[in-house]
Ligand binder design. Structure first.
Ligand SMILES: Nc1ncnc2c1ncn2[C@@H]1O[C@H](COP(=O)(O)OP(=O)(O)OP(=O)(O)O)[C@@H](O)[C@H]1O
Ligand SMILES: [Mg+2]
Length: 590
């Protein structure tokens, strides 16, 4: 077999196979080039999801005619002034993108250096098609048309225009997030779908590109370890999503999709979110060039860290730090849809038939008293206890979660805060408090117990008793003092003091069930969230239990000082606030 050197056009097409997978990957290269060219504003225009046309115009440094020709050659780059790959400060550096794209599409490059004339060069599937003078403002415009039109094997793999467009939008979003100092515009089929002005700050830009509500539901992250820095915006756990698509990660200003980073984010939110929920966040890692290799992936979307463990620690530590600081905060406001429902709920009076015109009353004489009586009874089952809370407790002003004013459906605490009305899910909140208290107590050597006046006997089947018996020491550390009591019973001597007088029998029965599903090799400490949830379910503050005003206020005060009390163990909010402004809106006063 004889070896031969491949012709340039074939080499480029092979490279294109790695660099240009779909319109969005060509778009990414073009926008990165515009950023590297020092542009302040970058405009993108797409047709047919980018399959028909991708056009990127910038006001950057531009290229002279000879440079345009060189730019289309393989391994020609202006971005590696020295031969070191450790000092890359630009997004591009391989000198491959333009020749690769031009080998599988029709590419027009028009460019003008300030103070000189413009020039254009058209390359169609690797062959020069035309060149000549061009009129345009200083900067560069690159147009890619009919991607893969002559490479049917690749074209087949393109998805619908709609999903190719979605991928293009994602590319622009990520790059726009990385560079809030630049302006970006995107239009598809003549319709403008993204527009951000230059000179925004990072949180504003992230919110503009993800969700406006993120601004009020996120934390600033700013954390450093040695020369490595973690910054950005992390959504509160309660502001979660069903997919992980809303996580934007950047390394030295480069958008990356990296398993290590995604795993670290998951670990940081682990016990604040249910398994199938994902936080919304944008994280920026900045580190010295020799700590990271950006040249491990042709499209440069993956990186390799010299110290992956350290980076993971930085992310988990930085996020936990920010989330701990958040304390009791959760998504502060009910989401717009929930508020809308409230607003839309028609006010209905108890069903009276419509009154005929001219009819003075619906009722026959004597029936009115009956109705009055019924109406009074309608009110009775609503357990909105309005105890005289006002006199008994201090002023609302001093507490973020306010002062308890009553309880609804024996499940929600209604509190008045300085800036609005707070609703607390008492059970979810208590479950969280129990978990956090247990964590703290375990760290301090064990959970305080409270002896029962009379030990309680709980009857269980034999395997359940065996499972409990095998864990007696561990359960004692968690505040439960139990003893085997014959083949089919357990004696309860003490329960965790933090639970109050709860349902002891139910607790032990449920724990025995829970233990059946645990791997016996795992310590209960590793499953403490499940144990705590089970305990909380049988504690004194359950859903459906009437609380005294003092109990309610005690719960609110504890939430205020407990980390992560803003969400339950499954990431749902434990409280929401209806701000005064929202209340006014509901009544049409605003
Ligand atoms: N929009 C632009 N404005 C000014 N110069 C540009 C522009 N786009 C490309 N160039 C020039 O063309 C060269 C080649 O671009 P190309 O994208 O092919 O390679 P690169 O950006 O150097 O590296 P990579 O392959 O990693 O993207 C660049 O190094 C740059 O000098
Ligand atoms: Mg490039």
């Amino acid at each position: 077999m004889s070896i031969r050197r491949l012709p340039e056009h074939l080499v480029n097409r092979i490279a294109a196979g790695e660099v240009v997978e779909r319109p969005a990957s060509a778009l990414k290269e073009l926008v990165e080039n515009a950023i590297d060219a020092g542009a302040a504003r970058i405009s993108v225009s797409l047709a047919q999801g980018g399959i028909g046309r991708v056009e990127v115009a910038d006001d950057g440094c531009g290229m002279a005619p000879a440079e345009i020709a060189l730019a289309l050659e393989r391994h020609a780059t202006s971005k590696l002034p020295t031969d070191s790959l450790d000092e890359v400060v630009t997004l591009g550096f391989r000198g491959e993108a333009l020749p690769s794209i031009a080998s599988v599409a029709r590419v027009t490059i028009e460019s003008r250096v300030r103070g000189a004339d413009g020039w254009s060069r058209i390359v169609d599937n690797g062959r020069l098609a035309a060149e000549g003078p061009a009129a345009l403002p200083p900067g560069t415009r690159v147009t890619v048309e009919n991607l893969f039109a002559k490479v049917p094997a690749r074209r087949k793999f393109l998805r619908s225009e709609r999903s190719e467009y979605a991928a293009c939008l994602d590319v622009v979003k990520r790059l726009a997030m990385a560079r809030p100092d630049l302006g970006f515009m995107l239009e598809h089929e003549g319709r403008r779908t993204l527009h951000v002005q230059p000179g925004e700050d990072r949180p504003a830009r992230v919110a503009a590109l993800t969700d406006r509500e993120l601004a009020g539901n996120s934390l600033a992250v700013d954390y450093a370890r040695g020369p490595v820095r973690l910054g950005g915006v992390a959504g509160l756990p309660t502001f979660n999503r069903g997919v992980a698509d809303h996580q934007y990660l950047f390394v030295n200003g480069r958008p990356v999709k990296d398993r290590l980073l995604i795993g670290a984010v998951r670990a940081a939110y682990q016990d604040l979110l249910a398994r199938d929920r994902h936080p919304v966040l944008a994280l920026f890692i900045d580190l010295p060039g020799d700590e990271v290799d950006v040249n491990v992936h042709p499209a440069k979307t993956e990186v390799r860290f010299r110290d992956p463990g350290g980076i993971r620690g930085l992310i988990v530590g930085g996020l936990r730090h920010a989330l701990d600081e958040a304390g009791h905060r959760s998504a502060q406001r009910p989401n717009a849809a929930a508020l809308g429902n409230w607003q839309a709920e028609p006010v209905r009076s108890p069903s009276f038939p419509p009154r005929a015109p001219g009819q003075a009353s619906w009722l026959a004489p004597g029936q009115e008293a009956l109705v009055r009586d019924r109406q009074e009874n309608y009110a009775a089952p609503l357990q909105a206890r309005a105890e005289p809370a006002i006199a008994a407790v201090p002023e609302a002003q001093s507490f973020p979660l306010g002062v308890a004013r009553g309880q609804v459906a024996a499940t929600y605490i209604v509190a008045e805060a300085e800036d609005g009305l707070v609703l607390v899910d008492q059970h979810a909140a208590h479950e969280r408090l129990v978990l956090e208290r247990m964590r703290r107590a375990m760290a301090d050597g064990g959970v305080a117990r409270q002896a029962l006046l009379l030990p309680e006997v709980v009857e269980l089947d034999e395997p359940a008793c065996d499972r409990i018996e095998a864990r007696l020491d561990e359960l004692a550390e968690l505040g439960l003092e139990l003893e085997r009591f014959g083949p089919r019973a357990i004696l309860v001597r003490a329960t965790p003091a933090m639970l109050g007088a709860g349902d002891v029998g139910g607790l032990v029965t449920d724990l025995a069930d829970e233990l059946a599903s645990f791997d016996s090799a795992l310590s209960l400490k590793e499953k403490i969230d499940l144990v705590a949830a089970t305990m909380a379910c049988h504690g004194s503050v359950r859903a459906g239990r009437i609380l005294s005003v003092a109990e309610m206020n005690a719960l609110l005060r504890e939430m205020e000082v407990t980390p992560h009390s803003g969400q339950c163990n499954h990431g749902r909010p434990t409280w929401v606030k209806l701000a005064h402004g929202d209340i006014e809106k509901l009544f049409g006063r605003k």
